[in-house]
Design a protein around this ligand. Structure first.
Ligand code: MG
Length: 203
């Protein structure tokens, strides 16, 4: 499986990092070794002093597809979970400055904690899925899927023009405002609606 990330998909987050609004989805990859499951702890690496959390809805691809038309894209995912797109902001800022790839800033070990994936039947309206993040019991991010610049269908259609999607692939769909640095000892808790889906301790 592979993990595909979408950057700059929420206007309020684009503003907080002073990025430009993209005309097409911004796509990057995280290797499958970045996946962290079962509420495993995250061990803070020493190559970064500024790892940010980014809470995101995560789509699970249900069948192989390429050049998927947007109107059919809804048939290519079967579940939604929540994940944290950990980002070494210091490394990313350096890379951005020089126009270099984000691979190490986004793809380090354990940089993609993901919850259990809920079947689509759990959701009555895909354009109105609320999610949030608490750190040490304080709410830090809160948004809903209707705030995305690019819809789930648009993202899947766009990626599939370039990259063959396969069953089991995960797509991180972008983060809203409120990103910030993690520190050792923090306890992150991510929610879909009012249900706690994911817990990550920073060690
Ligand atoms: Mg992200």
């Amino acid at each position: 499986m592979k993990i595909i990330g979408v950057g700059r998909n929420y206007t309020d987050h684009i503003k907080e990092l002073q990025n430009e609004k993209p005309s097409e989805p911004v796509i990057f990859l995280k290797p499958n070794t970045s996946l962290l499951k079962n509420n495993s702890p995250f061990y803070h690496p020493d190559f970064s002093n500024n790892i940010h959390y980014e809470t995101e809805l995560v789509l699970r691809i249900s069948k192989e597809g390429k050049n998927i038309e947007e109107k059919f894209a809804g048939k290519y995912f079967d579940g939604i979970g929540i994940g944290i797109d950990f980002t070494a902001r210091d490394l990313q800022d350096k890379a951005k400055e020089k126009g270099l790839p984000w691979t190490l800033a986004k793809g380090f070990n354990g940089s993609a904690p993901v919850s259990e994936i809920l079947p689509l039947s759990n959701f009555s309206d895909l354009k109105n899925i609320h999610f949030s993040l608490k750190i040490n019991n304080e709410e830090r991010q809160k948004a809903h899927s209707g705030m995305m610049l690019f819809t789930f269908e648009r993202i899947i259609s766009y990626i599939s023009k370039f990259i063959l999607l396969k069953k089991g692939d995960l797509i991180f769909t972008g983060t809203p405002a409120g990103v910030d640095k993690i520190k050792i000892g923090d306890k992150l808790e991510a929610y879909i609606e009012n249900e706690k889906m994911l817990e990550v301790e920073i060690k």
